[in-house]
Design a protein around this ligand. Structure first.
Ligand SMILES: *Cc1c(COP(=O)(O)O)cnc(C)c1O
Length: 473
């Protein structure tokens, strides 16, 4: 036996010869020589190890076709993009872990143009001199919010950081205790404030903060008043918060800037589209805010960005902060953002033109129709190992927008009844995640739930269902 394993090892062709096989040469044309050589070497190492362990048959001849197939599979695995499309059936429309807002096609085309051709990113075409990159979106932002000036940074966390670092270094910023929020684990208002070099001055209590609390906390050390939209939770019961207009008046009396972090911030009134109200930058500015910050990829439906709008003199100071250079956005972001902001000039068509709004306002009856259509295919794919049915659901808007307001939706629930229901639901979820285009749902009460609100590319979803594998069910 030992001898036959040793002779089988000797019978393995050389790497050079293997790389010349037709099937392997085809791989070289596709993936390039370095990757194919690496893959072939790895396959050979595995094969030799299997012969030593006797897990491979040593009496059969070297199978060249099988070797080429193994190399092809290894290369396909290795070169698959790490960042790839998934189906967001989580029921959270703006899912931070799944990339938040989806861009309109026009915005994607604008990005492609900006990436493949030189552009006037910081070039003034009239004067032929250096220009300002933020000017490409500033005119839209001021028009849509009523602000005097605007600028753009990498995301809203950066916007908050830059505003605080510019307006209140080494000084106190007054914030209500009820607004010291954490978002997604990595954004905590007190931490950002510390890194921005400001001192957080907590005002009031968790559930109730009054104007007199702010007034009593103002001192020569104060540099700004700040209001944070508590966008991912709500306090109910015995609560009190101070209206923006009152805070603005107090700030003005003491000649302090009033900063509002809106988080999501929507540029139109969502009630016009049948959705719950979300505060707009225009409202905050009209109430007297001096600087307002919000995200580009939450409800606004654009690329990741942090938007800063407000009084021209303050925006100019923020623009001159050297950290602005470190937090600036690139041309891709500006190209996408300009296109998306332009869509807001025609709010009547926004439901068609802006994917985020389209998904948020999708009629439940339409979602249910889709569920009915897909149910038989899902049932067939389960091969009798689990059951599927249609369920009424409530979708979340997500990304800290409108945390407590949910929109009616519909979906398909999959479960395997019995004592191991909970463990099996996790396995069902894993099987859907393992599909070529992973399907991401959620597991609740021993059931795997797919909320169909955001199911686009229905044909692609259906076509891959026959690849579902339930090994352990
Ligand atoms: C989401 C959010 C942020 C952080 O915004 P990013 O764009 O994710 O950096 C900051 N403040 C509030 C209130 C938010 O909701």
């Amino acid at each position: 036996m030992l001898n036959s394993a040793a002779s089988a090892r000797r019978a393995i062709p050389s790497l050079d010869r293997l790389l010349k096989l037709d099937a392997v040469a085809g791989l070289v044309a596709r993936y390039g020589r370095p990757l194919v050589t690496e893959a072939a070497r790895a396959e050979l190492t595995e094969l030799r190890a299997a012969l030593v362990r006797r897990t491979a048959r040593s009496d059969s001849a070297f199978d060249e076709a099988r070797f080429a197939r193994a190399c092809a599979a290894r290369l396909a695995r290795q070169t698959q993009p790490s960042l790839r499309p998934v189906f967001n059936l989580t029921g959270t429309v703006l899912h931070t872990n799944l990339g938040r807002a989806l861009l309109p096609r026009d915005a994607v085309q604008a990005v492609a143009r900006a990436m493949t051709r030189p552009v006037n990113l910081e070039f003034d075409l009239e004067g032929g001199s250096r220009g300002e990159r933020d000017h490409h979106v500033e005119r839209w932002l001021t028009r849509l919010t009523g602000a005097e000036a605007a600028l753009v940074v990498n995301n809203n966390a950066a916007a908050v950081y830059l505003v605080l670092n510019t307006l209140a270094p080494k000084k106190e910023v007054l914030v209500s205790r009820g607004e010291l929020i954490e978002i997604g684990g990595s954004f905590r208002m007190p931490d950002i404030m510390a890194r921005a070099g400001c001192k957080l001055k907590e005002v009031g209590t968790t559930n109730r903060t009054h104007l007199k609390d702010y007034a009593g906390a103002i001192s020569p050390r104060s540099a700004a008043l700040m209001k944070v939209h508590t966008s991912n939770y709500a306090i109910h019961g015995f609560t009190a918060a101070v209206a923006e207009a009152d805070l603005a008046a107090l700030a003005r009396k003491h000649a302090l800037p009033f900063i509002v972090d809106l988080g999501s911030g929507m540029l139109v009134n969502l009630e016009d589209y049948g959705l719950p109200h979300e505060p707009t930058p225009r409202e905050a500015l009209a109430a007297g805010a001096d600087v307002v910050t919000f995200s580009g990829d939450k409800l606004l439906g654009g690329p990741q960005a942090g938007l800063i709008v407000g009084r021209a003199s303050l925006i100019e100071r923020i623009r001159k902060n050297p950290m602005k250079r470190a937090l600036r956005v690139d041309k891709m972001t500006l190209a996408a953002l300009e296109t998306v902001l332009k869509l807001y000039a025609d709010p009547g068509r926004l439901q068609e033109t802006l994917p985020t709004l389209k998904w948020l306002t999708r009629p439940p009856a339409e979602i249910e129709g889709q569920a009915q259509r897909l149910l038989p295919a899902v049932q067939a794919a389960l091969q009798g190992k689990a059951e599927a049915g249609i369920v009424a659901l409530r979708s979340q808007i997500g990304s800290g927008s409108l945390p407590v307001d949910l929109v009616a939706s519909c979906g398909i629930a999959v479960s395997a009844p019995g004592k191991r229901r909970g463990a099996l639901a996790a396995q069902i979820a894993a099987a859907f995640r393992a599909l070529p285009v992973p399907v991401i749902g959620r597991v609740k009460d021993g059931t795997f739930i797919m909320d169909l609100r955001c199911l686009d590319h229905e044909a692609e979803f259906l076509a891959q269902l026959d690849q579902l594998k339930f090994e352990n069910l």
